[in-house]
Design a protein around this ligand. Structure first.
Ligand code: ADP
Length: 504
């Protein structure tokens, strides 16, 4: 209320004591606090310290007349509701008073009920005014809270070391922070408003952001991230997620961009170290392995059976170590991009036959049946490094031999799936529990149970396979059931499917 008038306070200004007292009685019963004044100037003086919201004002008083007092009250505070009390003959005065801002009038003499009705009306009006003022205050506070909150969030986003970019459902950029511009080499303070492709040049990533913006990824937990190389030695990782409204409707996408150059450099150092150590270990280990083989061959008849067994175990262990080291070297080579250095058109049909031939001894030793089914249709060649492809199919077939018990069956099929080449390696072996099917592609991960415990391996075969398949823009999937068998499917683009972009 204006100048904090008090809705419960009334001032009665009247020169007649009986009327003042009468009014006071009625108003007190109506739960008002009442002050009285017998003259205009006295009333004005009271109002300076007594914040009455309603004034009952007699128009006809000795000294300063009512109209004059009214004008001065209005000057003092227009929020005060002045009810003028006038004699019968002075209706014009009442009208005049209303013109000067009086709220209502009561003809004199009045009945108590008349006073109650008029004062009640004034009270309701004051209450309404109070409520409106309260609402307005709350509205202003909410707006100012919102404004403070918005500017706080804005300042935080502006100060983040990570890049942040937000798009609307059309893929139009609506927010871009300085770190984003700096990481991407965009001019500082570049305005939002244009399509995402104008800020990020990586086509695949922009496609993903568009799809997310349009709501295609609302229920995805695992949206792929993208590495963006902007300059030599600088690596960025961009992750995008949908922005959801209250009803989980998609409002656009938010992109977070982080500099991972230091992590990459460390990773590279680690790979180089592993490659170096593996390389240094491989030759002496191979020598030891060969020497043990020679000892076994030359003197096997001359030493006791127990010692022969020890030598055989030593030979097995050195072989295991050599395999681990070879796998580590393969991985390092892949990480360094060497696997992609020698791409040629590879006829997978021939490659599969030679791998199966190579594994023949192991297949026979376990009494397994391996059938190779090549589709009648011409298989399109795959543009890849032949060694890498051999590694992919070789690892899968080798695993199916390892993890299928004696007498089991393995089936390798190759055909075209549209313009892509599909190879399936299926066995009826031990199978893999569904909870491990993602994990087996992680480095060094091996499923350990009663059946697999005694099978030697490194846990690096499938990570190598996945790395190669990914580098060829291909796709690998596993379908398995414990004690029923496992089926790995590898789909690779061929020269016929130039624009193959993996299967999402
Ligand atoms: P390794 O065979 O050297 O242990 P891999 O990375 O090739 O390493 O495989 C990881 C794990 O996946 C294996 O330890 C095994 O438990 C499981 N696995 C792979 N292929 C098969 C298969 N065909 N049948 C059952 N389990 C398999």
């Amino acid at each position: 209320m204006e100048n904090n008038l008090d809705a419960s306070k009334v001032l009665v200004i009247d020169d007649e004591q009986s009327l003042r007292d009468g009014a006071e009685r009625i108003l007190t019963r109506m739960d008002f606090l009442v002050e009285k004044a017998s003259r205009g100037d006295e009333g004005l003086e009271t109002l300076k310290t007594y914040p009455a919201s309603i004034v009952l004002l007699d128009m006809k008083m000795p000294g300063m007349d009512g109209m004059e007092v009214l004008k001065l009250i209005m000057e003092m505070n227009r929020g005060i509701l002045v009810i003028v009390i006038t004699g019968f003959a002075t209706v014009e005065t009442a009208i005049e008073a209303m013109k000067h801002g009086a709220y209502d009038f009561i003809p004199k003499p009045y009945e108590p009920d008349q006073l109650r009705i008029v004062v009640n009306r004034a009270r309701e009006r004051i209450q309404l005014k109070l409520d409106t003022e309260k609402l307005e205050k709350e509205r202003l506070r909410t707006l100012s809270d919102l404004h403070t909150e918005q500017s706080r969030v804005h300042t935080i986003i502006e100060s983040l070391p990570n890049g942040v970019l937000v798009t609307n459902t059309e893929g139009q950029v609506v927010l871009i922070n300085p770190a984003f511009c700096q990481h991407m080499g965009l001019e500082a303070g570049i305005e939002p408003g244009r399509q995402i492709e104008e800020y990020v040049s990586n086509e695949k990533f922009c496609e993903l952001v568009m799809d997310i913006s349009k709501g295609k990824y609302i229920d995805y937990d695992d949206i792929p991230s993208h590495e963006l190389g902007v300059s030599v030695g600088k690596y960025l990782i961009a992750r995008a997620r949908p922005v959801l409204g209250e009803k989980r409707e998609c409002l656009g996408a938010v992109v977070n961009l982080a500099d991972i150059s230091a992590m990459k450099a460390l990773d590279q150092l680690k790979s180089e170290f592993i490659a170096k150590v593996s390389h240094e270990l491989r030759s002496p280990l191979s020598t030891i392995h060969e020497q043990i083989a020679m000892v076994i061959k030359d003197i096997s008849g001359e030493i006791p059976e127990d010692d022969q067994h020890i030598l055989a175990r030593a030979q097995e262990k050195t072989m295991g170590l050599i395999t681990t080291i070879s796998d580590l070297l393969d991985l390092s080579r892949l990480e360094a991009g060497i696997g992609a250095r020698n791409p040629q058109n590879v006829q997978v049909e021939k490659l599969l036959k030679s791998i199966v031939d190579f594994m023949d001894a192991r297949i026979k030793a376990k009494n397994l049946t391996l059938t190779l089914e090549i589709s009648e249709d011409q298989l399109a060649p795959v543009l890849a490094d032949p060694m890498s492809l051999e590694s992919v199919y070789g690892n899968l077939i080798s695993n199916s031999i390892n993890y299928t018990p004696e007498g089991g069956e393995i089936k390798v099929t190759a055909d075209m799936s549209g313009n892509n080449l599909r190879v399936i390696v299926k066995d009826n072996g031990f199978g893999i529990d569904a909870k491990y099917t993602d994990k087996i592609f992680e480095r060094f991960y091996r499923v350990k149970n009663n059946k697999t415990r005694f099978i030697t391996g490194t846990g690096l075969g499938l990570p190598i396979v996945k790395e190669i398949v990914d580098s060829l823009d291909g796709f690998i999937d596993v379908d398995s059931e414990v004690n029923k068998g496992t089926s790995f499917t590898v789909i690779l683009p061929t020269e016929k499917s130039k624009s193959f972009k993996g299967i999402m």
